[in-house]
Design a protein around this ligand. Structure first.
Ligand code: URA
Length: 236
């Protein structure tokens, strides 16, 4: 399907629609090696090579990113007082209409996906997809075999909330890994608290087969390749 060049360019985040028109008029945009002639020009976004001042643009409709979320920022798209994960994006990526896939608590660190693809987000979050999420937790107290069994059987929290069976692996002392297949409100904290092991620190390490790279520094993010997206769904 062919679409208007100015619409496609606006979707790359380089600038607003009116500014994009100016860029085209100034000859700074090329399509398949030739200067674009007008904003109304229609092109096939998949098969065309679009450049801005020589830089190849990603014209995909949907974009997928992985962030190493720091503690202290909200995983929402806007907040009047507090900083959000969108504040950590570059100006251009901030124009892509990204939103976080699910939530991490303000004080939780680690792997957070960002996208502009609502269907993808739904698929990742839905318990029906059975996608695992692995968290590293430091707790007060020392989790034991009884806790491991209780997690495996599916916990019932104090307010009656029923949790799906989950994994608990004790690493040493008060450090453990928790694997869940759903994303209820404060789930991991509430599960561990219900066993008398309140969480002191929490970090998400992976979603499905997608692990956070060790060299992705806190507060930084990368765009995901098609292969990495496949890992997410296939590597449970
Ligand atoms: N479970 C929690 O309790 N908090 C998070 O941020 C994520 C999972």
């Amino acid at each position: 399907m062919k679409e208007r060049l100015d619409k496609i360019l606006t979707g790359t985040g380089i600038s607003s629609r009116s500014e994009v028109k100016r860029l085209i008029k100034a000859g700074r945009i090329t399509v398949n090696g030739r200067a674009a002639l007008s904003p109304e020009m229609k092109i096939d976004r998949e098969g065309s090579e679009v450049r801005f001042d020589g830089e190849l643009l990603n014209t995909s409709r949907y974009r997928y990113f992985m962030m190493n979320k720091p503690s202290g920022v909200l995983s929402v798209t806007e907040d009047r007082k507090q900083s959000t994960v969108l504040d950590l994006l570059s100006e251009r990526d901030g124009n892509l209409g990204l939103f976080p896939v699910g939530r991490l608590d303000k004080d939780t660190e680690g792997l957070l996906l960002l996208t502009n693809d609502g269907d993808f987000s739904h698929r990742v979050i839905s318990p029906a997809s059975g996608i695992s999420k692995v968290y590293y937790a430091e707790v007060d107290g020392i989790p034991d075999e009884e806790d491991v069994k209780a997690f495996a059987n599916g916990l019932i929290l104090g307010d009656g909330t029923e949790c799906l069976p989950a994994g608990l692996e004790v690493l040493d002392g008060s450090r453990c890994l928790v694997t869940v297949f759903e994303g209820k409100y404060h789930q991991v904290k509430r599960m561990l608290a219900s066993r008398g092991k309140p969480v002191k620190a929490l970090k998400r390490l992976s979603i499905g087969g997608l692990c956070m790279p060790e060299d992705l520094e806190i507060g930084n993010y990368i765009e995901l390749s098609a292969d990495e997206l496949c890992k997410l769904f296939n590597g449970n």
